[in-house]
Design a protein around this ligand. Structure first.
Ligand code: CU
Length: 456
């Protein structure tokens, strides 16, 4: 009797001391269901996915805007982006909207005075008098008349943050056609990269087509604080000038001595206006003979008609504009349809110290649209020039996965040869610019495609 009891007690003890992790999985799950466990929770029941229609990878390109072409003697490179720049606008930006024929101007969608190119002052074969006209446009703003944003621009499928952008002077409507609420293709984020030549006599007229006051500040570019008449020329309101009021215009003048990658932005309530998208690359190209420049690069990205100064050293050139966005800032123009309420909400209620960034864009697009439109495409062994700006509120680490680059300029200033080293990560503070020379060679330091693995 005692022996059987002892045996039963020993068996129970043996069972209890058996490590639970050695139990069969079915028993472990059952025990967990009954008694619970810190490290395990039953999975939620499955929900059947709603099948949605897949978007076409690239929207149609019926007029072959992506193709390499020649318009009015301007050689325009092929675009790897799905939504390519209008090549007629590229040709008009190079020749000047006053120098192209009517058919080209009509197809460009630009006004005849959008980019006026005048005399060749130094006799080197390119125009040196440049007059640019900029307007201000709202994207994804609200309206009391319709549900959802009007003048729609998507940074990613279904993602339409409220934005303000500078835009060249267009003819016609802000939307594609009478039946659409989508923004016309050329009206987009980021504000266009502007290119001028060192020494050019440049005038930029800001025609304020918006309901808020704005200015134009040319950060890093060599310009007078006031113009010859004593009017403000620095774009910083209440130091050099009062802002350009809605419906008004002001012309800023400069003739920069130094070349380099600079930056332009509105300087009215800059913590709000700049972060809404009123900022762009301002590029001063080195003076060269016969240097016809693509005065604007809408949406940044590939420069389809690169300058002579760039073509001397590089096979291609890209403008890269990074911008992060605070959803809670942009939605204020969707919540209200009254400039007074928008002003109060943005300038008095919005607390920049509490802001967080929600969207991250490169050349106006977020993932997954970055895969089809923010591309850097090159061939083996090419040398590519990148002009990068961090227009966001936070610092960023830029990494070229697989290739090294060399920083040649910082904030528009050329670096001495001795301080240039190949690197693959670059830290950029807010508004910092860097010019990079990217070498598409197999340096034996990274992962490369099958062609590079072939052993001869
Ligand atoms: Cu502004």
């Amino acid at each position: 009797m005692i022996g059987r009891r002892l045996f039963a007690a020993a068996l129970l003890l043996a069972l209890l001391s058996y490590p639970p992790q050695w139990y069969p999985i079915s028993l472990r799950l059952q025990l967990t269901e009954w008694f619970g466990a810190a490290g395990f929770r039953a999975l939620p029941s499955s929900v059947e996915a709603i099948a949605t229609e897949a978007e076409e990878f690239c929207p149609p390109d019926p007029e072959a805007w992506r193709d390499r072409q020649s318009i009015e003697g301007v050689e325009i490179g092929a675009s790897a982006s799905c939504v390519a720049d209008n090549p007629f606008a590229v040709a008009a930006f190079v020749r000047g909207t006053n120098n192209v024929d009517q058919a080209t101007l009509l197809k460009s969608g630009l006004t005849a005075d959008a980019v006026v190119k005048g005399r060749d002052l130094d006799g080197d074969g390119d125009p040196d008098e440049i007059h640019i006209r900029l307007e201000v446009a709202e994207l994804n703003g609200g309206s009391a008349l319709v549900a959802g944003p009007v003048t729609q621009y998507e940074i990613a499928p279904g993602i339409r943050p409220g934005l303000w952008v500078f835009a060249p002077k267009f003819t016609g409507m802000a939307v594609e056609n009478f039946g659409s609420r989508r923004a016309r293709r050329s009206l987009r984020l980021p504000s266009p990269a502007i290119r001028i030549e060192q020494g050019d006599k440049v005038r930029i007229t800001l025609e304020n087509t918006h309901y808020m006051p704005h200015t134009l500040h040319l950060h890093g570019a060599d310009h007078g604080f006031v113009d010859v008449s004593g009017e403000g020329n620095d774009g910083v309101p209440l130091t050099s000038e009062i802002p350009v009021m809605p419906g008004d215009a002001r012309t800023y003048e400069l003739s920069p001595r130094q070349a380099g990658t600079m930056f332009y932005h509105c300087h009215v309530q800059p913590h709000v206006h700049v972060m809404m998208g009123l900022q762009g690359l301002f590029i001063i190209e080195e003076n060269r003979p016969d240097n016809w420049l693509q005065t604007m690069n809408i949406g940044a990205g590939l420069v389809r008609a690169p300058s002579r100064s760039t073509r001397e050293d590089f096979d291609r050139e890209y403008d890269l504009h990074y911008l992060d966005l605070d959803k809670q800032l942009g939605e204020r123009i969707q919540r209200y349809n009254d400039p007074r309420l928008i002003t109060r909400s943005m300038h008095r209620d919005y607390d920049i110290t509490d802001s967080t960034v929600d969207y991250f864009t490169l050349n106006g697009r977020s993932f997954p649209y970055t895969f089809r439109e923010s591309l850097l495409v090159g061939k083996d062994d090419e040398r590519i020039k990148l002009r990068v700006v961090n227009g966001g509120a936070k610092g960023i680490a830029l990494h070229t996965h697989g290739h090294k680059f060399t920083v040649t300029h910082r904030d528009g200033v050329e670096l001495p040869e001795i301080s240039r080293t190949p690197q693959d990560v670059l830290w950029l503070a807010t508004t910092q610019r860097a010019d990079l020379a990217l070498e598409l060679v197999n340096d034996g330091l990274h992962a490369y495609g099958p062609r590079h693995l072939a052993v001869s």
